[in-house]
Design a protein around this ligand. Sequence first.
Ligand code: PLP
Ligand code: TYF
Length: 399
Amino acid sequence: VFHNVPLAPPDAILNLNTLSKADPYPTKINVGVGAYRDEDGKPWVLPVVKKAESVIVNDASLDHEYLPIDGLRKFTDASAKLILGKTSPAIVENRFAGIQTISGSGAVRLGADFLNRFRKATVYVSNPTWGNHHDIFRDAGLPVQTYPYWDPDVRGLAFQAMIDEIQEAPKGSIFVLHPCAHNPTGVDPTADQWRQIADAIRHGEHFPFFDCAYQGFASGDLDRDAAAVRYFVEQGFELLVAQSYSKNMGLYGERTGCLTVVTKTPELALNVRSQMCKLSRASISNPPAFGARIVSMVLNDEQLFTEWKGQLKVMADRIIHMREVLFETLTELKTPGTWNHIVDQIGMFTFTGLNAAQVKVLRDKHHIYMTDNGRISMAGLNSGNIRIFAEAVDDVVRH
Ligand code: PLP
Ligand code: TYF
């Protein structure tokens, strides 16, 4: 039966964890996977999450029954409000629906399955993008193309080329957009550029699909990081938005996310919800409860919500501080090249501009693990290892 099944290559990002774990070198550094680490290089369970957890575990009224197919309604409603804003026209007019998903990945997949069934079109993802976008949309049955995003010459957004591609794409295409903290480049459009992107998308009658994995992580401000999505909604777009609580609540393994749809009318929102339920039923039956209970408690309790915002800012600020220190250290070492993009980029990642050959030397000689495209997770750096990292970069750039 299985003689014609070839071995698949390991996942490019997760494999870095495996390689790094197996490496006994004392000063190895893992800046591969996008997962937050504290100053000691350890995962951080947010204190507000711990607090919610202990309430949940001790709540005698809770059981392990199934959730509804579309998940915990308190969670999905709060998630929609978090991304769209409490006063969003879509919320006020009740023309939205939220479906609980297996984190952000599951939300993208459910959205892809839905579009494949009801609005099939070519999907445009940014070049480059989170690698899984290609796989998810392809596996859902949709043709995938890319739109220009990163301009290596200016180490920034290829804005005009992006707009040109949106204008040239066949009418009614699907555009996947990162609302903040673009993965892997760390480069986001400005507010004015978002306006022009929205105009071009409207003009092409394209459908916007936002993938929001880093709300609050980019700037430390939940509202600011949601501004692009909110602008599109204000402009009257119907859209999908995938939300993940992996990074901003540190719930990676709990697989907690939401797919929110904004429709023209409340009736359409009900219809879409019912079809999303059918799709979800056929893939996961119903979503996991624990993470959703935690998030729901944090989002719906004013005191806990305030605590969360403070802890979110701790993570965002530490990352921003690491950017400054890395930039200063490379400047002090007089490392050839320009490095200001390290402080200009935002979110979890820096797209360093190091090439695949340099990345390989960093891995083989310096025991530093990053993806082949030169992306580093800033959270992997801390005051204990940042100088070692900068000196290694200096070494590979000079040789
Ligand atoms: N989308 C993007 C752009 C991401 O960077 C990530 C995670 O790194 C995800 C989605 C999904 O992550 P998760 O499935 O853990 O929510
Ligand atoms: O570091 C990144 O870009 C993410 C991390 O199932 C990740 O890809 C890895 C595996 C996964 C979800 C996210």
